[in-house]
Design a protein around this ligand. Structure first.
Ligand SMILES: NC(=O)c1ccc[n+]([C@@H]2O[C@H](COP(=O)([O-])OP(=O)(O)OC[C@H]3O[C@@H](n4cnc5c(N)ncnc54)[C@H](O)[C@@H]3O)[C@@H](O)[C@H]2O)c1
Length: 493
């Protein structure tokens, strides 16, 4: 059986099995205080239990975990849906949690409030969770939820490394739950039409998919010495599986994206959306045979560790993917960002007879070889509604972005970063010479160097020329982090 066929049969089996085993949904009311459970990942509930099925007359009870930034979009998106109730909210930062408790109060809602996600998972107050915590918690929470037969919507990137994503995918299958990934472009009809048109040969064969993340990312500053976390944050839980450490950045929230213990740089942040579109467009359902990246954190000296300038080549055949990250502006002192064929954050699908530009989350346009616009698409959908519909049907195959897709697209970002981190220090010019064997990589790095020069960084500026990776096809064969107990992701697969 090929990989597609075996996945389809799993999805059918999951749907059939889940539909056969409906569980009741008690209504929730009142609010518990932030109790702290001491459980680890292992659930006391039967690991073999199937997905919860919510009766058509009862509201789906959802718990939202991580409420600072994206979590508020989750709350708004879920509250719009008639058949959903937010019955629990959770944040390790007491101030962030209190704010959302007060906001819920104003809406006449009384969600149970938790400061520890393990307590929420074990509360019995939810049928499903959504996760908008930092990246290093994503797969862990998705797997722990699955072990409790809870469905989950896990923000992108669904994993912090390749191995974790493979565990998440395996957990969806083993526990027969719905696990959605927060790559919401997948639910937008405009994007679906654009990609289907390009894949269907609208401009002939697709030759190369180019992802672009030209997004301003300034210095995050530099603390004089590592510091204590803000008062009111349960920092042990915030750190979770990451090594014990003090805070090494000025702003506690959000800027963790640029530190390897927690985030995945802009490639795994904004970039994972566009990486997902590229992989979708080239029609690849596996890890690429080869990966190589070049880049560095250039132009300022701050507490960030991840690259702000990066080019990654993913050697899919016949059409490779090239990804370009630029966090610096068009030129030193400018407040503008570069564009490539009209896009700064987006994708360009280079085809035989022209190109398709996906410059929004909801579509884009196609140009012929003379640059004349021949098609355009723009239509939004509702990714949260898609998740809820899949949960209600107990059918993961209804998801527009399931754990499998989420894992693969996140993995491409992780591989790009892994290549860079395993590479060697070289001058920007020498890195270009080393890349000469791979024309698409060399071309993109050549433009990146021009961009660096415009930012006052000369040809000798030190970058990393990545290791040429030949990734194991099986994600579970990749290395994983050293989990800090008790925040351990036990192998599922
Ligand atoms: N799909 C999208 O378009 C989109 C957009 C923005 C962010 N995101 C994703 O959402 C996630 C969150 O991003 P953000 O900008 O809101 O980050 P943030 O740092 O601003 O907020 C994260 C919140 O999670 C809380 N938290 C941390 N660990 C927790 C835990 N174990 N349990 C409960 N709460 C915990 C923090 O206290 C904080 O309030 C990221 O992974 C990001 O990639 C997705």
């Amino acid at each position: 059986m090929d990989a597609h066929a075996s996945r389809r049969s799993f999805l059918r089996a999951a749907a059939a099995s889940a539909a056969a085993l409906a569980s009741g949904c008690a209504s929730a009311s009142g609010r518990s205080s932030g109790s702290t459970a001491s459980s680890t990942g292992a659930s006391s509930s039967t690991a073999a239990s199937s997905a919860r099925v919510v009766g058509s007359n009862s509201a789906l009870r959802v718990g939202v975990i991580g409420l600072h930034g994206r979590g508020q979009d989750h709350l708004a998106g879920l509250r719009k849906l008639a058949d959903v109730r937010v019955t629990a909210i959770c944040d390790v930062d007491g101030a962030v949690l209190d704010k959302q408790v007060a906001a819920a109060d104003k809406l006449g809602e009384k969600p149970h409030a938790f400061r520890d996600p393990r307590a929420l998972l074990d509360s019995g107050e939810v049928d499903a969770i959504t996760v908008a915590t930092p990246n290093h918690w994503h797969s862990l929470l998705g797997v722990w939820a699955a072990q409790r037969s809870l469905h989950s919507y896990v923000e992108k990137p669904v994993s912090h490394d390749v191995w974790e994503g493979a565990q998440l995918e395996a957990a969806a299958k083993k526990h027969r739950v719905v696990i959605a990934c927060g790559t919401q472009c997948r639910s937008n009809p405009g994007m679906q039409q654009a990609i289907a048109w390009a894949k269907g040969g609208g401009l002939g064969r697709l030759r190369l998919a180019r992802g672009l993340c030209y997004k301003p990312r300034g210095s995050i500053g530099k603390v004089k010495a590592p510091k204590q976390p803000p008062a009111g944050v349960d920092y042990d839980v915030w750190l979770g599986p990451a090594p014990q450490q003090l805070v090494r950045r000025e702003h506690f929230h959000y800027d963790w994206h640029w530190q390897w213990d927690f985030g995945n740089g802009d490639l795994g942040n904004q970039g994972v959306h566009q990486m997902d579109l590229c992989r979708w467009a080239v029609g690849q359902d596996a890890l690429p045979p080869q990966v190589l990246g070049i880049g560095g954190r250039l132009g300022y000296d701050d507490d960030g560790e991840t690259p702000n300038t990066q080019v990654v080549w993913l050697g899919y055949e016949p059409a490779p993917v090239v990804f370009e990250v630029r966090g610096l502006p068009t030129a030193r002192g400018s407040d503008k960002m570069d564009r490539f064929l009209g896009a700064d954050v987006g994708c360009v699908l280079h085809c035989e007879h022209g190109y398709v530009v996906l410059n929004s989350y909801e579509g884009g346009y196609a140009c012929d070889a003379d640059g004349q616009r021949v098609q355009q698409w723009q239509a939004g959908g509702d990714h949260f509604a898609n998740f809820v519909a899949a949960v209600r049907a107990a059918d993961p195959s209804r998801l527009s972005a399931d754990a499998h897709e989420g894992h693969l697209s996140a993995a491409l970002c992780h591989l790009g970063n892994d290549s860079l981190r395993q590479g060697k220090a070289l001058g920007a010019n020498a890195a270009g010479a080393s890349a000469a064997w791979q024309p698409e990589l060399a071309e993109a790095w050549g433009r990146a160097r021009e961009h660096l020069r415009a930012n006052g960084l000369d040809d000798a500026v030190e970058v990393r020329y990545g290791a040429l990776l030949r990734p194991a096809a099986d994600g579970t064969k990749h290395p994983h982090r050293d989990y800090r107990a008790p925040f351990v992701l036990e192998p599922v697969a």
